[in-house]
Design a protein around this ligand. Structure first.
Ligand code: ZN
Length: 314
């Protein structure tokens, strides 16, 4: 399938709003249309992008208005547009673990990151430059759940499955059984490097295995083009690679910085966002020793910036 910006019809009343190139902040939204009602999967990074998406799907949602929005997780690029969908009769749903992170404090922390100096400051500034986040009013879920939740949207069954903590604390998959479609949120990054904010990484591998065992054919990632189980296997392979390489170095007594420096990314070095290996190694170390605080977030972003600029991991 193509990876053009805008609405793509997946058939059977399932849609995706795609945002190339799938890098930092460029996430996808989903739409499941039932009889006279629709469910949206995620909102976007800022109000302008979310407004553009809502206009772009209006020809569908006029006949089948939104009655539910599911945030797949708490990251900014999946919920900062919530204030534009909040309305009477619209439930905003997320896992309890995700809801706990959807706070104004989280917005303020991100806004503060743009004021850093040096190479890391330049990197984060470029990362946030396409977006406006200083005017976001956090709009938390009106309904939360843990483990699983079955919904009915205009007569269609939609199943929510909590698989976090993995990418973040509260990741959720959205399964549409009558269409064999799965919206995976950031459990899947296609054609770009996954980043393990929360972990443990092993749980993310398990989430991939769960998807591989599900009766689904069309799979929508949080970032990148629509995929199938081949894409899921690719993400699983990357995570398994990181786990193996970082664990080996942990066992050999290497510091987290030495581990990051010494991992040969091989084929993954050409994947956009390869610098995220820095955070991914940190996540493995943290899972192996929960008492360790291997690197601060600013140190991690400094390493990501260095590697993405070609100066770090080979
Ligand atoms: Zn994302």
């Amino acid at each position: 399938m193509s990876f053009d910006k805008g609405l793509q019809d997946l058939g059977n009343g399932c849609f995706v709003w795609l945002q190339p190139d799938g890098g930092w902040g460029w996430s996808n939204c989903g739409l499941v249309v039932g009889d006279g009602a629709s469910l949206m999967v995620d909102t976007l990074m800022d109000l302008a992008l979310t407004r553009e998406m809502l206009d772009g799907i209006a020809h569908v949602t006029t006949a089948a208005p939104l009655t539910a929005v599911v945030n797949t997780h708490s990251d900014c690029d999946h919920c900062f547009g919530n204030e534009l969908v909040a309305a009477d009769g619209v439930e905003i749903i997320a896992s309890q673990a995700a809801a706990e992170l959807m706070t104004q404090h989280a917005v303020d922390e991100l806004t503060a990151m743009s004021g850093l100096g040096g190479r890391v400051g330049e990197y984060t500034e470029a990362m946030f430059a396409p977006f406006r986040i200083d005017d976001i009013t956090v709009t938390p879920p009106t309904r939360t759940f843990s483990d699983r939740l079955s919904l009915h949207v205009g007569g269609r069954a939609v199943e929510l499955i909590e698989v976090g903590p993995a990418h973040t604390a509260g990741d959720v998959l959205i399964h549409v059984p009558d269409a064999d479609v799965l919206y995976a949120g950031d459990i899947l990054f296609i054609d770009c490097t996954p980043i393990i904010w929360a972990g443990p990484p092993r749980r993310w591998v398990q989430a991939c295995d769960l998807i591989l065992d599900m009766p689904v054919t069309t799979i929508v990632p949080g970032h990148g083009p629509v995929t199938d189980k081949t894409g899921v296997a690719g993400v699983r392979d990357y995570l398994a690679f990181v786990l193996t390489e970082a664990t080996k170095r942990f066992d050999d007594g290497l510091t987290v910085s030495e581990a990051i420096d010494s991992i040969d990314l091989g084929e993954y070095s050409a994947m956009p966002g390869s610098g995220r290996i820095a955070q991914n190694v940190v996540a493995v170390y943290r899972a192996l020793d929960p008492t360790a605080l291997p690197l601060t977030p600013i140190e991690v972003f400094t390493r990501i910036a260095e590697i993405d600029a070609g100066g770090g991991v080979r």
